[in-house]
Write a protein that binds this ligand. Structure first.
Ligand code: SAM
Length: 394
């Protein structure tokens, strides 16, 4: 592909990504993969170059742009050398006209910037939310030691605050490694590993992972518990939960059971678990502001209404979770968001509503205290952004 054709491909894909963000369609990565699957002529260098242009343009534009071309012109304002690729050639974009619409540069839509500021996420923290994410893995201590895996993977660096964590060179093809196929490690952000450690799960305990999804934290908990005790992994999303048993087999985890929940019938379906758990983990559905490094277009999807709905769902799930915790047991609340609405304020609302519950101070070696919990950020911790709090039932 010529440089001009690469720019045009990026514009076409950005058009699809913008439409999908508006209509709650597929993620940018999925759209890019589909597009290239239909265009076998594009080589690996072309794919990489187009992908980079797309992600640079997404990171550059805070508000959802009008069009892919307007997004790419915003990138041209930052990198003037790209203007030459608007050359009017057969597969390239038309030449740039004076006064053409150019998308607004920024870190996030205006309403979200206000929310971030109100949560003490200043301009440097905002910029870091859009950095490129490193590649972190969690060594599965049921099957390997960190030293063994580090020795087998060139360039692997131990992560200080995550005892099973390694940071790998960004271009490592982990899915092609035999150690991955054998379940000796999982891909998991260092922040995700740290907030799971906050649960303090021990072998033999009874744990409910109420928002287990595909089981990233379930498997991490099982490793910390030496595969002894029980974990009930629940979710309302059949597709996500279905992936868990296969992953558990690969990881050698035999202590986890799954339970598909029916929204609004969860309390009834969890009746046999009431007051029975040492730990209930709520890795709640959230805006994902802490994971923009991986999905920067997610900030074009979020609306005020959607955030309000998420906050209400989080409150609902915490209420369900509270019923399951035994006296003296813990409710561990996690979101991959840096917004107080979903973190510190959400937990404060819980503490106001549930009398007698206390907060356990967390010493994680990462993050900073925020309200009743701890917040990790890409700038402060070089992890995804997270909030975690641990509440103890009277
Ligand atoms: C942040 S994700 C969980 C990720 C997972 N714990 C992991 O580490 O891989 C949040 C999950 O909450 C689930 N969820 C949404 N509403 C729920 C509800 N009312 N009850 C239980 N799970 C719910 C979503 O389907 C989603 O899988």
């Amino acid at each position: 592909m010529t440089p001009a054709a690469r720019t045009q491909a990026a514009i076409d894909l950005l058009d699809r990504i913008i439409a999908a963000a508006r209509d709650q369609g597929a993620a940018a990565d999925t759209l890019i993969a589909r597009w290239f699957a239909e265009r076998r002529f594009a080589g690996s260098k072309d794919r990489r170059a187009v992908r980079e242009l797309i992600y640079d343009a997404i990171r550059r534009c805070g508000e959802r742009p009008e069009s892919g071309r307007a997004a790419m012109l915003a990138l041209v304002a930052e990198r003037p050398e790209l203007a030459a690729t608007f050359d009017g050639s057969p597969y390239g974009p038309a030449t740039i006209e004076a006064g053409e619409p150019v998308a607004t540069a920024g870190h996030a839509p205006g309403w979200l910037i206000k929310k971030l500021r109100a949560s003490d996420i200043g301009i440097e923290e905002q910029a870091a939310l859009l950095d490129r994410a490193p590649l972190d893995i969690r060594v599965n201590r049921l099957k390997a030691t960190r030293e063994e895996i580090a020795a087998a993977l060139p360039g692997a660096e131990p992560l200080g605050f995550a005892p099973d964590g390694l940071r790998l060179p960004a271009d490592t093809r982990v899915d092609q490694l035999s150690a991955y196929a054998e379940g000796r490690f999982e891909v998991q952000d260092a922040g995700s590993q740290v907030v799971t450690l906050a649960a303090g799960a021990e072998p033999g305990q009874r744990v409910v992972d109420l928002c287990a999804g595909g089981g990233g934290k379930t498997l991490a908990l099982a490793a910390l518990m030496a595969n002894r005790g029980s974990i009930l992994a629940c979710d309302v999303d059949r597709g996500r939960l279905q992936r868990l048993p296969e992953r558990a087999v690969r990881a050698g985890v035999t202590m986890a059971e799954t339970r598909l929940l029916n929204p609004n019938r969860e309390a009834e379906q969890l009746g046999d678990q009431v007051v029975g758990s040492d730990i209930v983990l709520v890795d709640a559905p959230c805006s994902g502001t802490g994971t923009w490094r991986r999905n920067p277009e997610a900030r074009w999807r979020l609306t005020h209404e959607r955030l309000d709905k998420l906050v209400a769902t989080q409150r609902h799930i915490m209420g369900l979770a509270a019923e399951l915790v035994r006296p003296g047991g813990a409710l561990v609340y996690i979101v991959c968001s840096v917004l107080d609405d979903e973190g510190a304020s959400q937990v404060q609302a819980f503490l106001n509503a549930y009398s007698g519950w206390t907060v356990e101070t967390l010493a994680l070696g990462a993050g900073r205290p925020r309200g009743a919990g701890v917040r990790l950020t890409p700038l402060g911790d070089s992890t995804d952004g997270f909030f975690v709090a641990k509440m103890i039932r009277p």
